[in-house]
Design a protein around this ligand. Structure first.
Ligand code: SF4
Length: 223
């Protein structure tokens, strides 16, 4: 494995680069985890990104190559795939009431199909699926979060933001794929045709009153 030089504190003043990695299922390979412990500064974000900061310019390519070799940078990934995440759920977690990690790839393909149908194949919605309300895959900070209620059934929450600082609100309760895909078809079509410049899906559904904004979670979430 290639190594990355660990910077001394005073060397960090001259660093010029950073590397942003999208973590699939929020997991690091063992080698990359070791690298993370031995180099510069790492920041894990509210979304599933890892920012490796304070990287000297001549080391950036080394880090990117290591990440690429471990599947953390993959040019074939769509934006929707990069912005989707799930918890482990079945069969690993005894609390799971519905599929999450095993279901996510097929859900992403269907959402990608809807984005393509509406002419925006390179756009994305921060989408998360979890097997129960504990929400380990952070569905309750997503623009669109699916929370397992039973086999094949989910609550659908809408209205988080791209920064991961806003809680979404219940939009559909205890529904199956046919129902929520039909809803996403309509909502994506509406978003594409009526959004403001650069307006993300979560901001759009709030501006349009599709769901109310959760400003104070203790009072607004169940209101
Ligand atoms: S969200 Fe629920 S099902 Fe998913 S890992 Fe956490 S406890 Fe398990």
């Amino acid at each position: 494995m290639q190594t990355v030089k660990k910077l001394k504190q005073d060397e960090k003043k001259v660093v010029v680069a950073y590397v942003k990695l999208k973590l699939k299922a929020n997991r690091l390979s063992k080698e990359l985890d070791t690298m993370k412990q031995n180099i510069v500064d790492c920041f894990e974000r509210t979304n599933q990104n890892l920012i490796i900061a304070g990287v000297p310019a001549d080391q950036k390519a080394v880090i990117e190559e290591i990440a690429r070799n471990h599947g953390l940078i993959d040019d074939k990934d769509t934006e929707q795939r990069k912005n989707s995440m799930a918890c482990v759920a079945l069969p690993t977690c005894p609390l799971a009431m519905a599929e999450a990690e095993r279901y996510l790839p097929s859900l992403i393909e269907k959402i990608e199909g809807l984005l393509t149908k509406h002419g925006v194949p390179n756009d994305s919605i921060i989408m998360r699926v979890v097997g129960c309300p504990n929400g380990c895959g952070r569905a309750m900070l997503a623009e669109a979060g699916l929370v397992g209620k039973g086999p094949g059934k989910y609550n659908v929450y809408l209205g988080g933001n791209t920064e991961g600082t806003r809680i979404p609100k219940l939009y559909l309760e205890n529904v199956g794929e046919e129902v929520y895909l039909e809803a996403f078809d309509k909502l994506i079509g509406q978003w594409v045709s009526e959004r403001n410049d650069g307006e993300c899906f979560g901001d759009f559904v709030i501006r349009k009153g599709i769901v109310a904004e959760v400003k104070v979670s203790v009072t607004d979430f169940y209101a």
